[in-house]
Design a protein around this ligand. Structure first.
Ligand code: MN
Length: 146
């Protein structure tokens, strides 16, 4: 862990950390708090999502798109067929409708982001295969020696 990063995630989280996610669409420990539930007026859903080091979601698509506001730590974002991008506090990621992608923490840092599901009347998410350890762990090697 970078010495400038806080050891205690909770000391840096602005919005509530929420509940631990218990499903098969994530690897590692991930927390989620719903901030805004979708309704027919706003057609968007907003959540605070916190990934502990090494945690990430499966490959997935959002039928109506998604915007991520990175609020803490450091992580990865990748679209299918594109290189992996480092994402960190202050970054904004616009994910076009139907684009296959994944996001999560690096192995050595936690990551916190606000996830805005846009056009939620089209559906929230379509889950796909996991990001394997074999793939994810070699990203760490590249980061270490970059
Ligand atoms: Mn997403």
């Amino acid at each position: 862990m970078n010495k400038n990063e806080p050891k205690n995630i909770d000391s840096r989280i602005i919005f509530p950390k929420g509940q631990k996610i218990e499903n098969d669409y994530f690897i590692g420990t991930v927390w989620v708090e719903t901030l805004v539930s979708s309704d027919s007026i706003f057609n968007c859903a907003i959540s605070n999502v916190t990934f502990e080091p090494g945690a990430r979601n499966n490959w997935h698509k959002h039928p109506g798109g998604q915007i991520l506001l990175i609020t803490g730590g450091k992580g990865y974002y990748q679209e299918e067929g594109q290189p992996v991008h480092i994402i960190k506090e202050g970054d904004v990621v616009k994910i076009q409708p139907g684009v296959k992608h994944w996001h999560g923490a690096t192995q050595n840092s936690w990551l916190s982001h606000i996830a805005i599901t846009t056009n939620s009347q089209k559906g929230a998410v379509e889950w796909m295969e996991p990001v394997s350890d074999e793939y994810y762990l070699q990203l760490m090697v590249e980061e270490k020696y970059a």
